[in-house]
Design a protein around this ligand. Structure first.
Ligand code: NAD
Ligand code: ZN
Length: 345
């Protein structure tokens, strides 16, 4: 193994990412070294590419970006047990502390000291990634590298979708981005009755209908109420998943919910937004904020569902060699893609 590797790093405070050679990371006793095979481009990476206010505030210059990956273990720290060289894996990109009350209670995803690879710590857009062995998730043979590379956002979708019981329920998803589309596929898989997904981008809605048996609704053109009557729904949606980050979508969702409905909210509004709380109170709606995924229960569930017929492959619409990463970021920024996967082999 040569001591140098190629990475995609944030070198300058302006739009873009840059190929940057770095030394292969040295691992500590509790870490593994992973040779990266495929990575997914996330909305977070687009924020970092664009260098918006959030990115400028959060991300240190010089950072190796990326947190969605699949690869193979090539080195084990001396304390590491239960993993082996050659093991194919993905992994949790949130590096958690072990001392908070939440961590000590086993609620790792609620640890306030969490740091993210590719956001606060060196990331996965690199030929090699150092990762605590604790964070490694081995991949079964049925899950290939490109699906392995999108388990992070699939985990967001699964965590959100499993927040409330969906069996036999009518489900509304606002926002047919990659995560909304995968959440729709999960809702179908676990036995929802109607799964309606909204967007204002026709390409995204067409993709949603290809990936899963869902009802796409372009809310720029069609009234959600007419869809409800077409589906013979009399009282509204039982469960909502907000996955657009758009205030208008949340308002529309609250409007379309049944009395006592439940909303899981993953979408991140860009700033403060006006919310009509009285409608939420009078409808007795429960709202749950969803961050990341449960470590490692969501990973367990999503791998089990993928082994049992959940199919989200069509959400990957573009594949590029890492040398062509510029094209991958361009298509993601255009909004005319689903997931974009980069090949590092
Ligand atoms: P995305 O930006 O690709 O998708 C959002 C979609 O919402 C787009 O297709 C957009 O056209 C659509 N949209 C805009 N206005 C709408 C409206 N009024 N009604 C319906 N749809 C509308 O995002 P993504 O990568 O799929 O992620 C979904 C959301 O989840 C984003 O807000 C993202 O920031 C957030 N996110 C949160 C977490 C977390 O841990 N909470 C993790 C990842 C992503
Ligand atoms: Zn991601």
């Amino acid at each position: 193994m040569s001591n140098e590797m190629m990475t995609l790093a944030k070198l300058r405070p302006e739009p873009g990412l840059w190929m940057d050679p770095r030394p292969v990371p040295e691992i500590g006793p509790d870490d593994v070294l992973i040779r990266i095979r495929k990575t997914g481009i996330c909305g977070t990476d687009i924020h970092i590419w664009n260098w918006d206010d959030w990115a400028a505030r959060t991300v240190p210059l010089g950072l190796v970006t990326g947190h969605e990956f699949a690869g193979e273990i090539v080195e084990l720290g001396r304390n590491v047990e239960g993993l082996s060289i050659g093991q194919r894996c993905s992994g949790e990109g949130h590096l958690i502390g072990k001392t908070s009350r939440q961590s000590r209670a086993g609620k790792f995803h609620l640890d306030p000291a969490t740091r993210g690879i590719g956001v606060n710590e060196q990331g996965a857009f690199a030929q090699y990634l150092r990762l605590p062995a604790f964070n490694v998730v081995p991949l079964p043979d049925e899950i290939d590298d490109e699906i392995g590379a999108i388990l992070d956002p699939l985990g967001n979708a699964v965590h959100t979708a499993l927040s409330f019981d969906l069996v036999g329920e009518d489900v509304l998803i606002t926002g047919a981005g990659p995560i909304g589309i995968m959440a729709a596929a999960v809702a179908r898989h676990v036995g929802a009755r109607h799964v309606v997904i909204t967007d204002v981008n026709p390409d995204r809605l067409a993709l949603a209908a290809e990936v899963a048996d869902v009802i796409p609704v372009n809310v720029a053109q069609e009234d959600l109420k007419s869809v409800e009557s077409r589906l013979k729904m009399s009282q509204g949606f039982d469960v909502g998943m907000e996955m657009s980050g758009n205030q208008a979508a949340l308002d529309q969702m609250v409007d379309a919910m049944v009395m006592g409905g439940r909303i899981a909210m993953l979408g991140i509004p860009p700033g403060k937004s006006p919310v009509d709380w009285s409608r939420i109170v009078f409808k007795a709606i429960t709202i749950k904020g969803v961050y990341g995924r449960e470590i490692f229960e969501t990973w367990y569930k999503m791998i089990a569902m993928l082994e049992n017929g959940l199919n989200v492959r069509k959400v990957i619409t573009h594949r590029y060699k890492v040398a062509d990463f510029q094209q991958g970021f361009e298509v993601m920024r255009s909004g005319r893609s689903g997931k974009v996967v980069l090949d590092w082999d």
